[in-house]
Design a protein around this ligand. Structure first.
Ligand code: SF4
Ligand code: SF4
Length: 108
């Protein structure tokens, strides 16, 4: 499912020439509206749910709906990026929330 942008949280990455979500999208799908200064996916059908934009947003403004085959349209899966870890917050169709924390960097 394509990303959903929380318009209350997105600030268009003000001050940056290119927003974080634009920068990381491998399909060049994310963009910021000239007038709204809010991000959106310009072609939902081309999004393949890689979640790069979700993870890159510093304001946690983007979430991806879990595909219908895996859950239900109201289920969500959202990552919260830490410096060396990532926490996945899963909300099922009944509103039950579970979180999972993983290291996402190898220590050297
Ligand atoms: S990275 Fe987040 S805050 Fe920045 S434009 Fe995209 S959705 Fe908005
Ligand atoms: S989920 Fe991936 S392909 Fe889809 S808009 Fe975000 S970065 Fe682009």
């Amino acid at each position: 499912m394509p990303p959903r942008v929380n318009l209350g949280k997105c600030n268009g990455c003000e001050g940056r020439e290119e927003s974080f979500c634009e920068e990381v999208c491998p399909g060049n799908l994310m963009t910021v509206g000239d007038e709204t200064m809010k991000a959106f996916c310009r072609n939902n059908r081309d999004c393949w749910d890689c979640m790069s934009c979700v993870k890159a947003c510093p304001r946690n403004a983007i979430e991806t709906r879990v595909p219908y085959q895996l859950g239900y349209c109201n289920a969500t899966l959202k990552p919260f990026m830490g410096k060396n870890s990532i926490i996945w917050k899963c909300t099922d169709i009944y509103g039950n929330v579970k979180t999972y924390s993983y290291k996402n960097r190898l220590e050297v």
